[in-house]
Ligand binder design. Structure first.
Ligand SMILES: CC(C)(COP(=O)(O)OP(=O)(O)OC[C@H]1O[C@@H](n2cnc3c(N)ncnc32)[C@H](O)[C@@H]1OP(=O)(O)O)[C@@H](O)C(=O)NCCC(=O)NCCS
Length: 186
């Protein structure tokens, strides 16, 4: 059977509430390591997702069901850069959906939002670090180590910072893949 294809869709308030439950289970991976209440997530939905002037864009990640949320945040329009945000349902991890999503997210950032640099930071204490090492390798992007960026359970850990340039993306002809949206979701 063919592998399910990921598409990006508009994010609903219900999707966002589902994401809150997943992210509250993975505080070790977060720069903001505290539980979010339903009300706080609703504020985020109203003030960021629904605000066209917010310095962030988020999408729902779908196969035949909602499986995650991705976004470009901390957008600096003058510097033409933004930071990656990505979370998948625990049931949908390690199935190749993260890799597929990154392709669609970078395509949005570089080819539709006219960004030049898209960056990310992952704590070395997060098991997802292996995923980001694969992303850095795939796009042949710059990376470096930041020291003592995360304090958790009595210890500091370092993080991996990486930056994907628009040319890293276009050079590899990744753009030939169609960015898939399902119709009628906007
Ligand atoms: C990080 C995340 C987005 C990765 O998405 P994913 O769909 O699980 O990753 P994929 O299945 O596309 O994996 C791609 C590659 O990374 C590797 N990988 C992914 N997660 C890994 C892990 N936890 N440990 C080791 N390797 C991992 C896979 O083995 C795969 O390598 P391969 O192509 O050689 O087989 C997802 O696991 C997630 O949402 N995690 C929780 C939230 C989080 O940590 N977000 C990032 C904050 S910095």
């Amino acid at each position: 059977m063919d592998k399910a294809q990921v598409v990006l869709k508009v994010l609903t308030a219900e999707d966002c509430e589902q994401v809150r439950l997943w992210r509250n289970e993975s505080l070790v991976a977060l720069r903001t390591p505290y539980f979010l209440t339903k009300e706080a997530q609703h504020d985020f939905y109203t003030n960021v997702i629904c605000n066209r002037n917010a310095r962030a864009r988020f999408w729902g990640i779908w196969t035949d069901e909602f499986i995650g949320m991705c976004g470009l945040e901390n957008i600096e329009w003058e510097n033409r850069r933004a930071e990656i945000s990505l979370i998948l349902s625990p049931n949908c991890q390690r199935k190749g959906f993260g890799m597929q999503t990154m392709q669609l997210l970078l395509k949005q950032g570089f080819l539709y939002m006219n960004l030049d640099n898209i960056w990310g930071e992952c704590y070395l204490s997060n098991p997802a670090i292996h995923f980001w090492e694969k992303i850095i390798q795939k796009y042949n992007s710059y990376s470096t180590r930041f020291i003592n960026t995360k304090y958790w359970n009595g210890e500091y850990s370092d993080s991996l910072f990486f930056n994907i340039k628009r040319s890293d993306f276009t050079n590899e002809s990744f753009v030939s893949m169609q960015c898939q949206y399902s119709s009628g979701n906007y």
